[in-house]
Design a protein around this ligand. Structure first.
Ligand code: AGP
Length: 637
């Protein structure tokens, strides 16, 4: 949800800013802009509504050059996608430029106050108040210092020293502004008067710093830094960072300066490019056999017939005391939670509740002692999930995270958990994160099951099935040509039903979500048997039903539901298993996937559904990786 990049160093920064924005475009893409500083005091600001290319086009007529700059790609919250609302925003008499990711909840009263003081607003955004507040504080700081200087009349001051700009008023101006803001922010701030300085601040929206030779980089996540630096510093909430070419200072709100902990960036260029695929989503779909192996790597022990996790950070006694598990998340991560509910209840016999994070936060559920809360999230930055986690923590529950992004806000806040190791997921529609989340939850169910009821032999069988899974996913990916043909047949339909039972009910929800978000078609996921209590009224010749009917405990039941749709003239696409299933005789179109144990079905049967959504979206001319109105990580509530 909005991406920020920044550079301060010796080189011209425009190429980095533009490339960095392209890497962050998945976070928001309705407008973009940059502010570049050069010496002597000059600031060039270029902004444009639309994709980054629009802004780049503008750079040909409004060239920008300089070795310090900040840039932004926007996902609108306040004010539509226009040139005026694009970031950076200028404060005061253009004494400061600000890029912001997050939401300022109290921007209205702040704006009224600033307008009363004579500040003129040029946009409808919440961000502009930050720029004017900093300008206002800066004016005060500079005035105070001017008074002090004239009072002390230090005529002995060395001339060379007095030529250096004292950055303290600028640091103080930002520091004094932050407590006035209610909401969330990742901020990048530059001042034309100090052309070798960026001040960044973070509360609730991610920011990282890249450390180079006589240069520093700033970004909302590490992807723009790949290929530029291999040393990065994470910024925590309530911290400010003062970046200059040769220095990096981290100031915490409560404890003054802290040492910057440098960690190694272990991403490769291939992790953040399309590697020959037409879209990131397609690349990520095809990566799944490998990403599943990575999620399981080193975590399954045939000797103990269980899973091992290095980062749960709970004592064996705490883990044994777990009486109830709450799984919370949003969107696809919530669907993975539903799969987890079936898995944990089946293997570990622990009652599980799955809650939308956005709802959990404002409820007051009577959770007993012994409740363990897992926040499930790909990005680790989803505002609703973070807020729910904090609320559960505040209530005294044990909290853990299942997250893909190492060092993300949710991973840190939870204090422990499981990393997916699925690599960066850039396509807005989540694919490989979902299957890795399901596998992580399967291993967790095994782990808790082995602590309670599962025998060594049962544990061993589960591990063997898990180890065979990447091969089955490879097989399922071979359905691509069939899926593409079926996609072409149905791409003009307006409504789709996705129907499955038990483990495949969440798969149906996830398949429908994929189609909705990237092809803008109406799709509903439903438990197959529940369909006759309402949604069956939607069925006609133009409304295909995608049935999940692999062999397993509920095969015959789902077959009956399929008959009910056929009897009403609805076309049926069946996702079923190899071996000439009866489903093939009844359905209009069939996609055959490998046979796996019931508990692993969601991970295999989601593959053709991801491909179906992808091909329909491509056929309809939709922008698969950047669907309209969406952003990859939703850092606003
Ligand atoms: C998935 O395709 C969606 N883009 C979205 O529902 C996503 O899963 C949701 O916003 C949660 O994100 P997270 O996993 O990063 O927390």
């Amino acid at each position: 949800m909005c991406g920020i990049v920044g550079y301060v160093g010796q080189r011209d920064c425009v190429e980095f800013l533009v490339q960095g924005l392209r890497r962050l475009e998945y976070r928001g893409y309705d407008s973009s802009g940059l502010a570049v500083l050069s010496t002597p005091v000059q600031m060039t600001v270029v902004k444009a509504a639309g994709r980054i290319d629009q802004m780049v086009k503008r750079l040909t007529t409004q060239p920008a050059r300089g070795s310090t700059g900040i840039a932004h790609t926007r996902w609108a919250t306040h004010g539509p996608a226009t040139d005026e609302n694009a970031h950076p925003h200028l404060g005061g008499n253009s004494t400061v430029a600000v890029c912001h990711n997050g939401v300022i909840e109290n921007f209205r009263p702040l704006r009224e106050r600033l307008e009363a003081l004579g500040y003129r607003f040029r946009s409808a955004t919440d961000t502009e108040v930050i720029a004017h507040l900093i300008a206002n504080q800066l004016e005060k700081e500079l005035a105070d210092r001017a008074t002090l200087d004239s009072a002390t009349l230090d005529s002995t001051a060395d001339q060379a020293e007095s030529d250096l700009v004292d950055i303290e008023p600028y640091v103080e101006a930002v520091r004094a502004t932050l407590p006035l803001l209610r909401g969330t922010y990742g901020l990048a701030v530059v001042f034309p008067a100090v052309p070798d300085l960026i001040i960044a601040a973070k509360l609730g929206s991610p920011l990282v710093v890249g450390v180079g030779e006589h240069e520093h980089f700033l970004a909302s996540d590490a992807s723009p830094l790949v290929g530029r630096v291999n040393k990065i510093v994470d910024i925590d909430d309530h911290e400010m960072v003062i970046l200059r070419p040769d220095s990096l200072r981290v100031i915490t709100r409560d404890h003054g300066d802290r040492t910057a902990d440098v960690r190694t960036l272990d991403l490769q260029a291939t992790d953040v490019d399309k590697a020959g695929f037409e879209h990131f989503m397609l690349k990520e779909i095809h990566e799944q056999p490998e990403t599943l192996r990575n999620t399981m790597r080193g975590r399954l022990s045939l000797e103990d017939a269980t899973a091992h996790f290095g980062g749960l950070n709970l004592t064996p006694n705490q883990l044994r005391s777990v009486r109830r598990i709450v799984l919370t998340g949003c969107g696809t991560s919530w669907h993975a939670g539903l799969v987890g509910e079936y898995l944990i209840e089946e293997f570990a016999r622990i009652p599980v509740e799955v809650e939308y994070a956005s709802e959990l936060r404002y409820r007051n559920p009577p959770l007993d002692e012994g409740t363990l809360v897992f926040a499930i999230t790909q990005s680790g930055e989803t505002a609703d999930t973070l807020a729910a986690l904090r609320e559960m923590k505040r209530m005294g529950h044990m909290t853990l995270a299942i997250s893909n992004v190492v060092g993300s806000s949710i991973a840190k806040e939870a204090g422990g958990g499981i990393y997916l190791h699925a690599g960066p997921e850039i396509g807005v529609a989540s694919t490989k994160a979902f299957t890795s989340q399901c596998v992580a939850l399967s291993m967790l169910a095994l782990y808790f099951g082995r602590m309670r009821h599962l025998s060594h032999a049962q544990g061993t069988r589960i591990i063997e099935h898990l180890q065979a899974l990447p091969g089955h996913v490879e097989q399922a990916l071979k359905t691509d040509a069939d899926v593409r043909r079926i996609a072409a047949k149905y791409a003009d339909c307006r409504t789709f039903l996705y129907l499955g039972r038990q483990f495949n009910f969440p798969t149906a929800l996830e398949g429908a979500l994929k189609l909705k978000e990237i092809s803008y078609l109406h799709a509903e996921g439903y438990p197959a048997a529940e369909m006759k209590h309402g949604p069956i009224a939607l069925v006609d010749e133009q409304t295909p039903s995608v049935f999940l009917v692999p062999h397993g405990a509920v095969f015959d039941k789902v077959m009956s539901n399929m008959e009910e749709i056929k009897a009403r003239g609805g076309p049926v696409i069946a996702i079923t298993c190899e071996g000439g299933s009866r489903a093939a005789d009844l359905a209009d179109d069939v996609i055959v996937i490998p046979t796996v144990e019931d508990f692993l079905q969601p991970i295999v049967s989601i593959i053709p559904l991801q491909l179906l959504a992808y091909h329909i979206a491509v056929l309809r001319g939709c922008d698969v990786d950047k669907p309209r109105n969406l952003a990859k990580s939703v850092t606003v509530e």
